[in-house]
Design a protein around this ligand. Structure first.
Ligand SMILES: Nc1ncnc2c1ncn2[C@@H]1O[C@H](COP(=O)(O)OP(=O)(O)OP(=O)(O)O)[C@@H](O)[C@H]1O
Length: 268
């Protein structure tokens, strides 16, 4: 195993190494490195303030690391911006999904990537149809009547579904989802998790940030656990358990050590 985690399977899409980020005296990320491979679903786990969202922002080019390297398909990029990462095919759903409340669901889904005809006019009906299809197939969310509804009229969970729909429609290579299910009801959550598994079959990778370790264990091929800005675990699903992930998230390295000692004792 390398310091960047296990290396089974497909082509490496994204590789971060030695990522360090400080906010004033606070070291928010300390020498963090990992790889995301093609068709992999990776859980990014950790307690509040562990550094997950900051890593997501660095992966998507919203925040610049103070040190470390970012490589995409083996090619190093210096301080990529959000536009750069979008061009590479990285699509991110942030915790605060940044929708425009005064616009319709459709306009939010297609924002900045509107369909137009040869004269440059918006193809509104086509966009409405696609928006409706995505909402039906990806996050079967209750209570959305029409893609022409204004986002301001939606609940928190419904808005989250729209943000997810936007990201998955423009899926290309890597989807990064920062706590996408926190406001979703059970059925919508299950639909989204099933969708991530389906995308994997199409070779699309995902990084899932979540506090729900059971969800993570269910859908992720690999798990990365962060603790106080450091990566303390990078392991495959086969090599871990919900118990180990819980110990690592809740108690950090001490918990991991205790968990491993308890396994040894059980085997004796
Ligand atoms: N813009 C910022 N300015 C100052 N400190 C920040 C900033 N962004 C994050 N931090 C600090 O960095 C640390 C990691 O924050 P981050 O949001 O990445 O954690 P997280 O693992 O996503 O937590 P949560 O699960 O609570 O969302 C925290 O101590 C946080 O206060």
């Amino acid at each position: 195993m390398s310091s960047n985690g296990p290396e089974p399977g497909g082509e490496v899409l994204l590789e971060l190494s030695g990522i360090t980020k400080r906010y004033g005296p606070n070291v928010c990320l300390n020498d963090v490195g990992f790889q995301i491979r093609k068709g992999e679903v990776v859980g990014l786990l950790g307690d509040n303030g562990a550094g997950k969202s900051t890593l997501v922002k660095i992966m998507s080019g919203v925040v610049r690391a103070d040190a470390g390297a970012f490589a995409w398909r083996g090619e190093k990029l210096t301080a990529p911006t959000r536009q750069d990462t979008e061009k590479l095919g990285i699509e991110t759903i942030f915790q605060d999904s940044a929708l425009v409340p005064s616009l319709t669901i459709t306009r939010n889904i297609f924002m900045g990537r509107e369909l137009t005809n040869r004269l440059g006019l918006l193809k509104l009906r086509a966009m409405d149809r696609i928006a409706g299809d995505i909402l039906d197939s990806v996050v079967t969310i209750e209570g959305i009547k029409s893609p022409r509804q204004l986002v301001s009229s939606l609940s928190g969970g419904q808005q989250q579904a729209v943000a997810i729909a936007r990201a998955v429609h423009f899926k290309r290579s890597l989807l990064v989802l920062d706590e996408p299910t926190s406001a979703l009801a059970v059925r919508a959550t299950e639909a989204l998790l099933a969708y991530l598994t389906r995308l994997k079959g199409e070779g699309v990778s995902s990084v899932l940030v979540t506090h729900n370790l059971h969800h993570a264990y269910e859908v992720c091929d690999r798990h990365i656990v962060m603790n106080h800005g450091r990566k303390i675990l990078d392991t495959t699903r086969e090599q871990t358990s919900v118990k180990e992930l819980t110990a690592a998230v809740v108690e950090g390295e001490t918990g991991l050590r205790r968990h491993r000692e308890s396994l040894i004792t059980e085997r004796k």
